[in-house]
Design a protein. Sequence first.
Length: 578
Amino acid sequence: MKLVSPHRKLGEMLVSLGILTREQLETALEQQKRTGEKLGEILINKKLVDEEMLLALLAKQFNIQYVSLLEYGEIPKEVISLVPEKIVKTYHLIPLEFSLETKTLTVAISDPLDIEAIDNLKLMTKYNIKTVIAKKSEILELIDKYYVKKESLQEIEKQAEQQFESGNVEVVEEEKEEDVSTDTDSAPVVKTVNYIIEQAIISRASDILIEPQEKQVRLRYRIDGVFHDQKPLPRKLLSSIVARIKIMSKLDITERRKPQDGRIRLTFSGRQINLRVSTVPTSFGEKVAIRIIDAQALTLPLSELGFEEDQLKLFQKAIQQPYGMILVTGPTGSGKTTTLYSALNVLNNPDVNIMTVEDPVEAVIYGINQVNVNEKAGLTFAAALRAFLRQDPDIIMVGEIRDKETIEIAINAALTGHLVFTTLHTNDAASAITRLINMGVEPFLIASTLTVVVSQKLIRKVCKDCRVAYKVSFEQLAPLGVTLEMVKNLNEIVIYKGKGCDKCKDGYRGRTIVSEVLECTDAIKELILKKATHFEIKSVARKQGMSTLRESALKKLLSGVTTVEEVVKNTFTDEIQE
């Protein structure tokens, strides 16, 4: 394949190489005009190109070296000092080497087409500039490592306590959006809160709990679904910390007797992070719960969610239907929102009108009309749905079915040519159908509209950096539901567990879904019309090839993704045996 001239634009180059279609490029360029984003970032975020492949291609095209900064050694302090923090943060670059002999500074940059960055750096340093290409995320990590001055929580607490003792505790008003990297010039209370949030994000936590106790304040992070205690905070700082968080989330700092809910929007290492804040009064003061929502992590490609291959095909087939209803069920915190957002992201095209009603909107997705429930103002799920139908949407997402009125409007929408996504709280897919019947929905309406039901849970994955293999016998795994067919008639099976290392928590890193995908075939629809029990529906679905949550978890166990403990902890032994 002949490469095009380096002077041609990035988009044209990708089209000429067959990586993008002309239509995909035009759509991305339209978005670039509206948002001002870089074309490369748009293409990566839309999953049209792989970042590593794109950078490697650009490196070859422009004859520039592509480096992995994760494998790069320590950068000398004298090299770091050559480029100010403001420059590296503005242009997302990092200095790597300096040759005194040739007066050449080597810098890593994610966009080799950013001529302005290179020219400004050359003008400022008076050196020759040699560029290499690296991932933006890796560059941001090194900026955080070498340029952001870190203070320990103990040092910050000491400063805060000193101000507390002097009666000079200051809470600074929050801007609309802020970078939470610890600012050495900020007030100690501000730095304390920033530190708590920053460390939670670095630890990949999904939740922060600040819990007042009698003599101290308990601090916990939920990482991969499990809470971990952090160093407790001094009791005397509680009111200042809570006040600071309330100001950040636009809550009433004078109201301490009632629960309050708010939101914080901030940036961290170039990523937009949304925080959902909830306060509630307890015996020893106000408890604060903060949910951390990474907008990028909510729109993963469907293939990365954790579906088995046959399940993924069924789900992809269902979301491409012009109308009908798709139910995603599972307990709170089971990844339902991520599954729905990822599906909507696939369907999000200029020729489609997508509307969602959520409580609250977890992440803003470009091109989708998202409505936040406001029950005080009368904007309920049902009220929003009725308004939607006058806006002629093609696709509707209802964040949660809470009452008969909402489900009836959603079903009517599905009957009149709309594709409807929604969620329920049930333990398995078959139970979702019986739940709808128990809510008073006519069986013939369910049978006419329901396309597929996805039930899912999240389980922890074994850390790839410290996992070790060990052998077990088939007899040991059989009580879990493992069959000879699953292990290909082997008597000894290799599975994995994590030892624990500096990159993980207790041998686990990250989570994936286990799921069952129930397709509403003609046989299932007949059972719905007969008001069959969920046991009967599940039995027929299994005979038609549906994998249960336990079977999905066992497949991940046998493929080395998770552990026996996670399978037992998160799934039940199947009640219906073939």
